[in-house]
Design a protein around this ligand. Structure first.
Ligand code: ATP
Length: 608
C-alpha cells in the first residue's frame, strides 16, 4: 500500500471511529442519567421514611430550579442572582389564587405568565450590563420585589406572610402522604430537564452559547442576541415560577423574606456552578450532591445548625473552584474523553476540495455599493468619503498601512458601526437594492464577515462552531449539522469536528472563522486579515480556499497585509491611507503607484 493510500484510509476511518465512540459515550451517559433519575424517584419509596422523602422532594425542587436558572446563567452566561423573583412570583400567585378558591394547577400558569412579563421587563435593560454589574442589577430588582411584597399587605399578607387553606387532594397540591408530592416534584424536574435539554440541542441553545462566548461573532452570524437572551430568560422565569407555586403549596406557608431571598437565589446558582454551569445535567448533579449533605446536617444538628448549609456550600464551592473548575460535569467529560485536543501538526487537513473551474468566470453585476462613508472617533477623522463598489464573483483587496481605517470600513459595511455620513447598499437576492443597518440585516442579505482577531466559540466543538453559521440557512439542528460537516470538509477541518475550537492552532482558527461564515452560505464575504500570523503552507491553502469560494460566485472583500496573497488573489485593489482611498485598480498597477509606495514605505522609496 502506498503512503498516500494509507493516509487516506486512516483519514477516512478516523471520523467514523470518533463518531462511534461518541455514540457509545452518549449512550453510557444516558444510561447513567436514567439510573440517577430512577434512584431519585425509587429510593424514598423503598426507604419509606418521611425525612428521606423530604430530602428527595427538596432535591427535585432545587434541581428543577437550578436547571431553569442554568438556561440564563449557564447557557446565556448572564449571572442572575435575582432568580428568586420568579420563584416568589410563582409562589405568591399560586397561594393568592388558592385563597380565592382557584386550584394551584391554574395558579401555576398564571404565575408563569406574570413571571415571564416581569422577566422581560427587568432583563431588557439589564442585558446591557455584563458580569458583576448584571448580577448586582438582578439583586437590586430582587430587593424591590421583596419590598413590594411587604408593602402590598392586602394582597400578600405583608411580613406576616400567607398560609394556604387546609384543602387536601391532588386538586390543591396538598397531601397527607409524601408520595404524591414526590411525584409532582419529580415530574417538574423532568419537565425542567427536558426543556433545558431541548434548548441546548436546538438552534436556541447554540445561539445562546455563541452569544455568551463571543457576542460580535454571534451577531455576525445573524444571531439576534437580545432576542435569544430574552427568550431564554422568559422560559427560565416561567419554569422557576411553576416550581415556586408547587414549593409554596408544599411548604403551606410563604413570606417575603423566604420567597424573595438573595440567599435562596445564590443557592440555586451554586448547584449549577458546582455541578457544571452551562451543561444540561450539571445542576441536577450539584443538587444531588449538596442537598442531602446539608439536609442531613440540619436534621442531625437541629437548631444549632442554622446557617450551616451556607457554610457547607461555601466549602464545597471552594473545593470545586480549586480542583474542578468545570464542576462535576467537567470530571464526567474528562473521563468520557468526549472532546479531544489535537496537535498542531494534525491540523494540516486538505483544503478546497471543491474543484477549481478551468477558467475564471467573468465578474458579474454590482452587488454592493458603498457611497461617501465618513467616520470620526472624537477628533480623529478615521474614514473620509470612502466610496467603492463590489461585483458578483469579484475579489476586491482592501489594503493600506496600519491604522488606515480598513477595519472601520468593514465595521460600517457589516452593520457593526454606524457611519456619520454615507450609505451602504446591498443587492438582495430578488434584485432590490436595500440599505441594511444591523449585523442581522446584513446577514439576512447574505453578507458574512470574519474578524481580525479570531472569535471562536471556545466552549463549542469545531462542528458546533460551524453549526452556528449553518443555522442561518438551516433552522433544524440535523440539517445544520449536515451543512456544517460539509463545510468543514471543504475547509480542511473535517477531521477535527469533535475537537474543542480552543485546541486549534492559529491557522486552524482562521480556517474555522471562514468556515463559520461560509456555512451561512453568504453572497458577499468580508475577510479581515485571515492570513495574518499563519505559516506559508497555510497561506497557500488559504489562497486556494478563497479562489475556490470565489469560483462559486461569492464576492469577496479581503483586508490583507500579506502581499503575496493580495497580488495573486485580487481582481481589483483599493488602497486606503489615513481614511482616504488613494489608489484603486489592477493589483499590478496599484503596487507601482508612487502614492501607494509613499504611504507604505515613505517618500525616499518612491524615488528608489
Ligand atoms: N472604537 C474606536 N475608538 C477610537 N478610535 C478607534 C476606534 N476604532 C479604531 N480607532 C482608530 O481608528 C483608526 C483606524 O483604525 P482601523 O482599525 O480601522 O485601522 P486598520 O486600517 O484596520 O488598521 P490595522 O491594519 O492595524 O488593523 C486607528 O487610529 C484606530 O486607533
Amino acid at each position: 500500500m502506498t503512503e498516500t493510500s494509507m493516509t487516506s484510509t486512516t483519514d477516512a476511518t478516523r471520523p467514523k471511529m470518533a463518531g462511534d465512540t461518541r455514540a457509545r459515550q452518549a449512550k453510557l451517559g444516558l444510561v447513567g442519567l436514567a439510573l440517577l433519575l430512577a434512584g431519585i424517584f425509587v429510593v424514598p419509596i423503598v426507604v419509606d421514611d418521611q425525612f428521606v422523602y423530604h430530602i428527595f422532594i427538596t432535591i427535585c425542587i432545587f434541581a428543577a430550579l437550578s436547571t431553569a436558572w442554568n438556561i440564563v446563567g449557564g447557557y446565556a452566561g448572564q449571572l442572575s442572582l435575582g432568580h428568586a423573583i420568579f420563584y416568589g412570583i410563582g409562589g405568591y400567585a399560586g397561594v393568592i389564587l388558592v385563597n380565592l378558591g382557584i386550584t394551584p394547577w391554574i395558579g401555576m400558569f398564571a404565575g408563569a405568565g406574570i413571571a415571564v412579563v416581569a422577566a422581560v421587563v427587568i432583563s431588557y435593560p439589564c442585558f446591557r450590563l455584563h458580569g458583576p454589574f448584571f448580577a448586582l442589577a438582578t439583586i437590586a430588582f430582587l430587593e424591590v420585589f421583596r419590598v413590594l411584597a411587604l408593602h402590598f399587605r392586602e394582597l400578600t399578607g405583608g411580613a406576616t406572610g400567607l398560609m394556604i387553606p387546609l384543602q387536601i387532594g391532588w386538586e390543591w397540591m396538598v397531601f397527607r402522604e409524601r408520595l404524591p408530592a414526590l411525584i409532582i416534584a419529580f415530574g417538574m424536574l423532568l419537565v425542567c430537564l427536558g426543556v433545558a435539554w431541548a434548548i441546548r440541542a436546538h438552534r436556541l441553545g447554540f445561539y445562546l452559547v455563541a452569544t455568551r462566548e463571543r457576542e460580535s461573532a454571534a451577531r455576525a452570524a445573524g444571531v439576534g442576541t437580545v432576542r435569544v437572551r430574552l427568550t431564554a430568560v422568559a422560559v427560565s422565569a416561567a419554569l422557576s415560577a411553576m416550581v415556586g407555586t408547587f414549593h409554596a403549596m408544599y411548604l403551606t406557608y410563604i413570606e417575603p423574606a423566604a420567597m424573595f431571598s438573595l440567599q435562596f437565589s445564590i443557592q440555586i446558582a451554586m448547584f449549577a456552578l458546582i455541578g457544571g454551569i452551562g451543561t444540561v445535567w450539571g445542576p441536577l448533579l450539584g443538587a444531588v450532591l449538596l442537598v442531602p449533605i446539608t439536609e442531613f446536617a440540619r436534621g442531625a444538628l437541629g437548631a444549632e445548625a442554622i446557617g450551616l448549609h451556607g457554610f457547607v456550600y461555601g466549602v464545597v464551592l471552594m473545593l470545586v473552584v480549586l480542583f474542578l473548575p468545570n464542576g462535576i460535569m467537567g470530571v464526567v467529560h474528562r473521563f468520557a474523553g468526549s472532546r479531544g485536543d489535537v496537535s498542531s501538526t494534525d491540523q494540516a487537513g486538505p483544503v478546497a476540495a471543491t474543484p477549481r473551474a478551468a477558467e475564471k468566470r467573468p465578474v458579474g453585476q454590482e452587488v454592493m455599493r458603498v457611497e461617501g462613508l465618513q467616520k470620526h472617533f472624537g477628533g480623529l477623522h478615521v474614514t473620509n468619503d470612502v466610496s467603492f463598489n463590489l461585483r458578483e464573483g469579484e475579489i476586491l483587496g482592501l489594503i493600506g498601512p496600519n491604522g488606515a481605517g480598513k477595519t472601520t470600513v468593514f465595521n460600517m459595511i457589516s452593520g457593526f458601526l454606524d457611519a456619520d455620513e454615507g450609505k451602504v447598499s446591498v443587492l438582495s437576492q430578488d434584485g432590490q437594492w436595500q440599505q441594511p443597518v444591523t449585523p442581522g440585516d446584513f446577514a439576512t442579505l447574505g453578507v458574512g464577515r470574519t474578524f481580525q482577531i479570531v472569535q471562536p466559540f471556545a466552549a463549542m466543538t469545531v462542528e458546533e462552531n460551524i453549526m452556528v453559521g449553518a443555522f442561518h440557512r438551516h433552522p433544524h439542528a440535523g440539517d445544520a449539522r449536515e451543512a456544517a460537516r460539509e463545510t468543514a470538509h471543504r475547509m480542511g477541518l473535517g477531521h477535527y469536528l469533535d475537537n474543542e475550537a480552543s485546541s486549534l492552532t492559529i491557522g486552524g482558527l482562521k480556517r474555522l472563522e471562514v468556515a463559520r461564515v461560509m456555512a451561512m452560505e453568504p453572497r458577499i464575504l468580508l475577510l479581515d486579515e485571515v492570513m495574518a500570523g499563519i505559516n506559508q503552507t497555510d497561506v497557500r491553502r488559504a489562497i486556494d480556499l478563497m479562489l475556490s469560494i470565489r469560483d462559486t460566485g461569492v464576492s469577496i472583500i479581503a483586508i490583507e497585509h500579506v502581499m503575496q496573497a493580495v497580488m495573486s488573489l485580487s481582481d481589483r485593489v483599493i488602497v486606503l491611507n489615513s481614511g482616504q482611498i488613494i489608489a484603486e485598480g489592477d493589483p499590478q498597477d496599484v503596487v507601482r503607484d508612487p502614492q501607494v509606495i509613499e504611504a507604505y514605505l515613505g517618500k525616499d522609496f518612491v524615488h528608489a
